[in-house]
Design a binder for this molecule. Structure first.
Ligand code: S3P
Length: 429
């Protein structure tokens, strides 16, 4: 953990960057590539710490995975050929690795143990272990299988018909990946649509999966077919420069190859509603995920209300949207976002505490926050809580403060955006 002092003297941002690969899609490419027998190749992979944790876990399961920068080659004997891991599977800071692995390992014929870092140890796993146990999974852990470390005794699974109590792509994906090995047809019903990368990628790997009006059906016992996955840029990483380009005076930033899957692109809708100057061009449908180049220029912003079905489509972007709202005229209300409390840290508490230290007019609520703007921000020492997205929010804030901002842990940013400061340097004029 190393602190970093950020000092920028009236900067301007200009230039073109290609944002790194999507974290959610990179995880899934490795996972489905490991389940499928044969060789899967991945380009545009995100070599961030979270995705490297996923690779490490599958290597311990006997899958040969070679990483060369953003290229990954996965040679797998197929899920039936995996070996019982001799060591604990360590998922680091990654909720996606932990939860999806639980689904995948439940239907194997061996014993395995999953654990992660201190943040993972506090995150609710009952939301995954509960439906998996209904499928017949045998999972043991603290407080009745609610928290890591979790031990899994692989067993035969039966399909379930499950209505999601919370909008969570991790829970949905864990059930679907368990469903792939279960007897019968697994059905997952979503009231609010969460990111659909697993569904799209299962199709790309040749699975027969039906998705209609928030109901997903997948028949068990299907084989996946090794393929090639080209991972688009991560809109959740692009978000930091979308906001920076909007609030730093006289800026123009071009972000290339950004994934614009509608289940992820809520931030674009909200920023346009707030008056941001955003142009989307070079749209490309891709093999399973749409991408585009996005240009953002500085603009006058106004407050807005963010609530309801859009929340799962921008949940990871709320810290940086909160910073944006401090620079918008009027009141921004964020509600229906209680899920923020169970992310890498409690992101309602963390965002409010840190933006307040900078001088923002921001109040926490039970399910979100209320921000009045615009307010000038003053540099000070900020805490990341070991959360990459809080760290990047603080770094972008430092671009508009007159005095330096110190962040206590710049290293945590490598979880999702190892080249963040390089990209920032490239854009600084
Ligand atoms: C993710 C789903 C979301 C998101 C996380 C990545 C995924 O979490 O916040 O960063 O890759 O499926 P939830 O499933 O908990 O909503």
């Amino acid at each position: 953990m190393s602190s970093k002092v950020l000092v920028y003297n009236k900067p301007r941002l200009e230039g073109i960057i290609t944002v790194p690969g999507d974290k959610s899609i990179s995880h899934r490419a490795v996972m489905l590539g490991a389940i499928a027998k044969g060789t899967t190749t991945v380009t545009g992979f995100l070599p961030g710490e979270d995705c490297l944790s996923t690779i490490d876990c599958f290597q311990k399961l006997g899958v040969d995975i070679q990483v060369d920068g953003t290229n990954v080659k996965i040679s797998s004997p197929g899920i039936e050929g995996w070996q019982e891991p001799k060591e604990v599977l360590y998922t680091g800071n990654s909720g996606t690795t932990t939860r999806l692995l639980l689904g995948i390992l439940s239907g194997t014929d061996f014993f395995s143990v999953i654990t992660g870092d201190a943040s993972i140890g506090k995150r609710p796993m009952g939301r995954v272990t509960k439906p998996l146990k209904q499928m017949g999974a045998q999972i043991f852990g603290r407080e009745g299988g609610q928290y890591t470390p979790l031990a899994i005794v692989g067993s035969r699974l039966k399909a379930i018909d499950y209505t999601m109590p919370v909008a969570s792509a991790q829970v949905k994906s864990a059930i679907l990946l368990a469903g792939l090995q279960a007897e019968g047809t697994t059905v997952v019903r979503e009231k609010e649509i969460s990111r659909d990368h697993t569904e799209r990628m299962l199709k790309q790997f040749g699975a027969n999966i039906d998705v209609k009006d928030g109901v997903i059906s997948l028949e068990g016992g299907q084989q996946l077919h090794a393929t090639h996955v080209d991972v688009p840029g991560d809109i959740s990483s692009a978000a930091f420069f979308l906001v920076a380009g909007s609030i730093v005076p006289n800026s123009e930033v071009v972000l290339k190859n950004v994934g614009i899957n509608p289940t992820r692109a809520g931030i674009i809708e909200v920023m346009q509603q707030m008056g941001a100057d955003i142009t989307i061009h070079q749209e490309n449908e891709g093999a399973s995920e749409p991408t585009a180049t996005i240009t953002v220029r500085t603009s006058q912003l106004k407050g807005t209300t963010i609530e309801g079905e859009i929340i799962p489509r921008l949940i990871d972007e709320i810290p940086i949207i909160a910073l944006l709202a401090t620079q918008a005229e009027g009141t921004t209300v964020i509600r229906d976002a209680e899920e923020l409390k169970v992310k890498e840290t409690d992101r309602i508490a963390a965002v409010v505490a840190e933006l307040k230290k900078l001088g923002a007019d921001i109040t926490p609520t039970d399910d979100g926050m209320i921000i009045n703007g615009p307010t000038p921000l003053e540099g000070t020492s900020l805490c990341t809580y070991g959360d990459h997205r809080i760290g990047m929010m603080a770094a972008i804030a430092s671009l508009i403060t007159d005095s330096p901002v110190e962040i206590d842990d710049a290293d945590c940013i490598a979880v999702s955006y190892p080249t963040f400061f390089e990209h920032l340097d490239l854009l600084l004029k």
